[in-house]
Design a binder for this molecule. Structure first.
Ligand SMILES: Nc1ncnc2c1ncn2[C@@H]1O[C@H](COP(=O)(O)OP(=O)(O)OP(=O)(O)O)[C@@H](O)[C@H]1O
Length: 426
């Protein structure tokens, strides 16, 4: 690392530590924990992924159903600015998309020593698209079109606001079961949309395009279109098109993708165009809109949902056994207080998080139920899949490189400043 870069990093770290210290000294601010406690009542766990836990909650003033996501400060990879305040990029991007109908509304956010509490709208009753597809086994084309059209529209509107989601998948789409409207959630991997290639990735590998595995880079919109292709394939087949990175990089050599359900030629055509191996021949978001399959009219939600199975168990039933969170909240607050006092007395220069207590402890305290020894029913969600070992990956990437790298050229515009091997990152 050159000296100027090192100096820049040290400066950034110093300002980050100062920022953390300010946060800790700031417990009673309008964004502190006690304010959160006054405004919201936690009711139970809604879901959990690799980077956080999401709680079902109620806004006390008007009983509005909300979702509260705890984002552990230590897992935040990218920061942005909101009203001159440094916040996780997730909050920043949600705020940028406040007017996009298909994006979950950011209602509020709070900063606690261990991280952030992000308060979002919670359609009620709702189900995420992963569970919806699972309940149906696979979607029929009319239902898939109805949902997919909204998803593409939302991705398009985000792009207009220079927001790139980077983790498009069924788990990150919530369906309002009354209106059939979708909401895109989990902007934890999102970033500012740019024209040049990205050389970092935190999304879901099975939705990721081959150029990432082969060249360690990708263009934002082109990668989004690939994920949309994976999502549509998954909706219509009830299974993902690729099992691993090797499949992603080599499937095009084996001819058209196999389909496991009677799917129209038009739908297949759209999927193939989205899953074009060469990012420059991949269709654009605009071309998806104009594709004959998507242009066909759909029946409305009432008709569509009447035809679906009754297996959908909405994930946020209000009549679930309720837990009084006040005791746990009290403990959290006390812990935050303790942290703050320690920090005040310390004249500290602690590590990046600047926090003594562990975030997992706070997550456990926030959790309304004891950890379930049974495997989670969401075990097959992609975010919870165990990643392959680095040895497995080396083999996969090596073999796909030797087989197909020549067919996926890294054109001049895709040249990274520094090519890293994906394997190195694991
Ligand atoms: N606003 C919301 N309304 C309803 N359900 C939600 C909401 N936000 C999250 N969920 C539920 O919680 C689950 C986890 O949320 P989210 O994806 O934001 O967490 P995560 O920790 O970032 O997960 P991942 O590891 O997939 O990135 C979702 O799949 C969804 O079922």
């Amino acid at each position: 690392m050159t000296l100027p870069i090192l100096a820049k990093k040290v400066k950034k770290l110093a300002s980050f530590q100062l920022f953390n210290l300010k946060l800790l000294l700031n417990g009673e601010s309008s964004r502190g924990f006690s304010k959160f406690k006054k405004n919201y009542k936690l009711k139970g766990e809604l879901g959990r992924g690799g980077f956080g836990i999401v709680y079902r909650a109620i806004r006390i003033s008007d009983e509005l159903p909300v979702a509260v996501k705890f984002v552990d400060r230590r897992t935040v990879r990218e920061w942005g600015k909101l009203n001159d305040e440094q916040v996780p990029m997730e909050i920043c991007m949600l705020a940028k998309c406040a007017k996009v109908k298909g994006v979950i509304k950011l209602l509020d956010w709070y900063s606690i020593p261990e991280g952030y509490l992000v308060v979002m709208e919670r359609p009620y009753p709702c189900i995420d698209m992963f569970d919806f597809i699972k309940g149906e086994q696979k979607l029929d084309e009319e239902m898939a079109r109805f949902l997919f059209r909204q998803i593409v529209q939302t991705v398009h509107e985000c792009a207009q606001r220079r927001v790139l989601h980077r983790d498009l998948k069924d788990e990150n789409v919530v369906i309002d079961l009354v209106s059939g409207e979708i909401r895109l959630i989990d902007f934890g991997a999102s970033t500012i949309l740019k024209k040049s290639p990205y050389t970092d990735f935190q999304g879901t590998r099975l939705y990721c395009p081959p150029e990432w595995f082969l060249h360690s880079l990708y263009l934002g919109k082109e990668a989004a279109v690939w994920s949309l292709g994976v999502l549509l394939y998954n909706a219509l087949n009830g299974r993902l098109p690729f099992r691993n990175e090797k499949d992603i990089c080599t499937a095009h050599l084996l001819g058209p993708l196999p389909f496991y359900a009677p799917v129209s030629a038009e739908a297949k055509d759209l999927i193939q165009r989205c899953l074009s191996f060469d990012p420059f021949s991949r269709c654009t978001i605009e071309a998806i809109f104009n594709h004959p399959w998507l242009k066909k009219s759909s029946p409305d939600w009432l008709v569509l949902s009447a035809a679906t199975g009754s297996n959908h168990k909405e994930q946020n039933k209000e009549n679930d056994e309720e837990h009084d969170e006040s005791e746990e909240l009290e403990e959290i607050h006390e812990e935050a207080e303790k942290d703050r006092k320690e920090m005040e007395g310390q004249n500290t220069s602690e590590g990046e998080s600047g926090v003594g207590s562990s975030a997992s402890s706070i997550a456990t305290k926030l959790s309304p139920v004891e950890p379930n020894p049974e495997p989670s029913p969401r075990f097959s969600k992609t975010s919870l899949l165990v990643p392959p070992s680095s040895v497995e990956l080396k083999e996969v990437v090596q073999s796909s490189k030797t087989k197909s790298v020549s067919q996926c050229p890294a054109p001049a515009t895709l040249k990274p400043r520094r090519i890293r091997s994906k394997v190195d990152q694991l």
